[in-house]
Ligand binder design. Structure first.
Ligand SMILES: Nc1ncnc2c1ncn2[C@@H]1O[C@H](COP(=O)(O)OP(=O)(O)O)[C@@H](O)[C@H]1O
Ligand SMILES: [Mg+2]
Length: 241
């Protein structure tokens, strides 16, 4: 079953005194329920632009995006915000935790926008999610007192607490050392699998990308499917760092 589909999607930006810059060129991508897809590309290849489209934060210049069998262009901005809030979880390189708020408060934040049981039971749900990422003992710690790997675990708990059907990870291990990064990716994979969520990992690190089940390469705005041996071959020094 298709969860998210990009059909001939382009994204251009207007530049002063120059023709428009075409950042994404005719991207086709289909992500099924529970899929795990990686997109690997160098800096400047269009990864963040693609992620903003996948996360319904931006709209294509041409082509269309279909989420849950509905063209996103037919949703009003409130319906789009609602779909993003309840169905999509974001994990970023820089964690983006709220300083001065405990781990528990950070994980509760998305539930403030939920309704019914999720809203009323937000403290308990956030606590359970922190247990699942192995931070049951650190619920009342401030992010600045946690290590990088622990901060990313809090961010993962926050991304997953509303039970999204799609998890988008933009360079999730970019700020971590290799071993911590590997354990963080294993954790994201495990919690996505348990909850039946689809996972799209966008990274310049071919070793991180290789953990997915299906692989794509983004090169100057052109997305192509590659097999895992090609992904690992891309783990050349200039690509992996
Ligand atoms: N709003 C914008 N205006 C002008 N250029 C942009 C804009 N957004 C992105 N770009 C350019 O498009 C290219 C791709 O950007 P981006 O999607 O951030 O790539 P990546 O995340 O792979 O590094 C880069 O060359 C970037 O400078
Ligand atoms: Mg980027």
């Amino acid at each position: 079953m298709s969860l998210l589909r990009l059909e001939a999607v382009t994204r251009s930006v207007e530049l002063p005194d120059a023709p428009p810059l075409e950042i994404l060129k005719g991207v086709d991508l289909e992500v099924a329920v529970g899929d795990h897809v990686s997109v690997v590309g160098r800096s400047g290849s269009g990864k963040t632009t693609l992620l903003n489209l996948l996360g319904l934060l931006d709209t294509p210049t041409s082509g269309q995006i279909v989420f849950d069998e509905r063209p996103v262009s037919q949703l009003g901005s409130r319906a789009r915000d609602r779909a993003r809030g309840s169905d999509i979880g974001f994990i970023f390189q820089q964690f983006n935790l709220l300083p001065g708020r405990t781990a528990l408060e950070n994980v509760m934040t998305p539930l403030l926008y939920a309704t019914g049981r999720q809203f009323w039971r937000r403290r308990q749900l956030a606590g359970e999610m922190l247990e699942r990422v192995g931070l049951g003992e650190r619920m009342l710690s401030m992010p600045e007192k946690l290590s990088g790997g622990e901060q990313q675990r809090v961010a993962i708990a926050r991304a997953l607490v509303r039970g999204p059907r799609l998890i988008l990870a933009d360079e999730p291990t970019g700020a971590l050392d290799i071993d911590t990064g590997a354990s963080i990716m294993a954790l994201v994979d495990e919690v996505a699998e348990q909850s039946g969520a689809a996972l799209i990992t966008i990274t310049h690190d071919a070793n991180v990308a290789a953990l997915a089940r299906r692989h794509y390469r983004l090169d100057k705005g052109v997305l192509t499917a590659v097999d895992v041996t090609r992904v690992l071959a891309m783990a050349a020094p200039e690509v992996s760092l």
